[in-house]
Design a protein around this ligand. Structure first.
Ligand code: PCA
Length: 324
């Protein structure tokens, strides 16, 4: 019996099976821990949906990669092992660069940029995901990505040789071009990776810095605001099409509310979580002009490389984004 069949069987034992025709019991794997605002937003999304449908539409959230590992969540939805799931959108850049543009260094660095980029990206990736039987429901950005180290970083040269935690291909390239040595580590595994010396520096949001208690294993945070990447929630088209009209409307309405709430939560996070880090002893250093110039040069090279080789879809998103 696979994990889902087991879950369904045990749920059926508890509830005594039969339910009204419109009752829906969905499972939703997510990658990040319960303390992370994305997860809190999704738990609220599930609660809103349940309340709006008088308890009929019930989504069980399986956070922190507990049901499916992050790398497997998209395919779990695609293959209808679960109806809905969340993942870090730019992880799909290996399928098409269109998915990865929100992680391209210094292309979109503010929430306004991120909103414009998402407006350009959404119609294109909606088409790409439709080919896989997936429908995007909503996307929520992380706060802008900053630099975490064990000493002050004054120039790109100071990053040379550092063992660097990465979470996707773009960050791996960025770290490599900065002379560092990247290793992929999932967010819930960050404390362990630093504790064992597997990594010694990272780029992530103040949210993840605080949720992984960065003060336990490093000392400096430099808000370079390098990009504003997003999580996306997708639903299987088959599961969506099987919903009755009321449940479908309730799902779309809860998703629209969650998207709005998620962006607002994200905007409140950067300052609040930077303060928590400072309160716990992290030294917050404003980046030097020299560091920013060096990092932006790497970003410009990555954009030029991408424009030389990218898919037509990715190019069209960049053109739309830069025209607006
Ligand atoms: N936190 C996640 C993705 C981006 C972010 O801010 C992570 O570090 O894995």
């Amino acid at each position: 019996m696979n994990k889902i069949a087991g879950l369904i069987a045990s749920a059926a034992l508890v509830t005594g099976v039969a339910s009204a025709a419109s009752a829906q019991q969905w499972n939703m794997p997510t990658p990040y821990s319960d303390g992370v605002f994305h997860t809190a937003n999704i738990i609220q999304f599930a609660a809103d949906l349940k309340a709006a449908t008088g308890g009929e539409f019930d989504i069980t959230v399986h956070s922190a990669g507990s049901l499916f590992k992050h790398a497997d969540i998209k395919n779990a939805v695609r293959s209808n092992q679960v109806q809905i799931g969340e993942f870090f959108l730019s992880r799909l850049s290996n399928e098409n660069a269109a998915f990865g543009l929100d992680s391209l260094p210094f292309l979109a660095t503010s929430y306004d940029d991120a909103a414009r980029l998402w407006a350009a990206q959404k119609p294109v990736i909606t088409k790409l995901l439709a080919k896989q039987g997936l429908i995007p429901l909503f996307a929520v950005p992380w706060p802008a990505q900053g630099l975490y180290t064990k000493s002050e970083i004054k120039t790109v040269g100071d990053l040379a040789g550092l063992k660097f935690r990465a979470y996707n291909a773009a960050l791996e390239t960025f770290a490599t071009l900065a002379g560092a040595s990247p290793t992929q580590v999932e967010a819930p595994d960050i404390p362990q990776a630093f504790a064992t010396g597997q990594v010694e520096a990272m780029i992530t949001s103040p949210s993840t810095g605080a949720s992984s208690k960065a003060w336990d294993f490093l000392s400096h945070y430099t808000p370079i605001n390098a990009w504003v990447p997003k999580n996306i929630v997708v639903v299987s088209k088959r599961a969506f099409d099987a919903l009755d009209a009321d449940n479908r409307a309730a799902l779309l309405s809860a998703a629209a509310t969650a998207e709005k709430r998620g962006w607002a939560m994200s905007k409140a996070e950067a300052a609040a979580k930077t303060k928590i880090m400072a309160d716990n002893g992290i030294i917050v250093v404003q980046p030097s002009a020299e560091l920013m110039a060096g990092l932006k040069k790497i970003g410009a090279k990555m954009l030029a490389d991408l424009e030389a080789t990218a898919s037509p879809e990715a190019k069209s998103i960049i053109a739309t984004y830069q025209a607006n």
